[in-house]
Design a protein around this ligand. Structure first.
Ligand code: SF4
Length: 187
């Protein structure tokens, strides 16, 4: 990551964007689980598009963190925008890395599934919402690397706050991120 000009006084803050696609926000909650260290983090980075800032579109950034799988047309749009604007894109958590829980619908037919979920209880007839503002579902839920290039993957459901802290501070400090076994254990 280029943080030039390279003097202590003028080193610029890195810009970080975060986005949630089809997930549960648990990975973003883990980011907040770094607790008081977030005050150290904001000395090093500035947040761009993120639920933390409520900024809805992504500008040029150094690091993008993406949580959740790609399940609908809006997810594709958000993910492509993030990839286009971020030097480094990180897939955060099981849903982003391999589809996770949302991908459990992949063995079902999307049309039949919608009709079952939105069946009118009294009439027994399907009444699937079709407002044009609703994003269209993809036929299959995909991990983010099936849609855009991804630079790093952080598995876990969710990865812990300590894991994210170690990973991000390595990256921001210009080091290759290294995680000890304890930060990757899920038993
Ligand atoms: Fe939620 Fe787990 Fe998916 Fe993260 S990986 S968005 S915690 S279900």
């Amino acid at each position: 990551l280029d943080r030039s000009p390279d003097t202590a006084e003028t080193t610029r803050k890195l810009r970080v964007a975060t986005a949630s696609l089809s997930g549960c926000f648990g990975c973003h909650m883990s980011l907040l689980d770094i607790d008081a260290r977030i005050t150290e983090l904001v000395k090093l980075v500035e947040f761009d598009r993120s639920p933390i800032t409520d900024i809805k579109t992504c500008g040029p950034c150094d690091i993008g963190l993406v949580e959740g799988a790609v399940a609908n047309s809006e997810n594709v749009h958000v993910l492509r925008e993030l990839r286009a604007n971020c030097q480094i894109l990180i897939a955060l958590g099981a849903c982003a890395v391999n589809g996770g829980l949302p991908a459990q619908r992949n063995h079902l037919d999307v049309g039949e599934m919608l009709e079952d979920v939105y069946r009118d209880i009294d009439e027994g007839l399907p009444c699937v919402p079709d407002d044009p503002e609703l994003p269209l579902l993809l036929d299959r839920v995909r991990p983010v690397n099936e849609v855009v290039r991804v630079d790093y993957f952080i598995p876990g459901c969710p990865p812990s706050g300590d894991t994210l802290w170690k990973y991000l501070t390595d990256l921001i400090g210009g080091r290759m991120p290294r995680l000890d076994y304890d930060l990757f254990r899920y038993d």
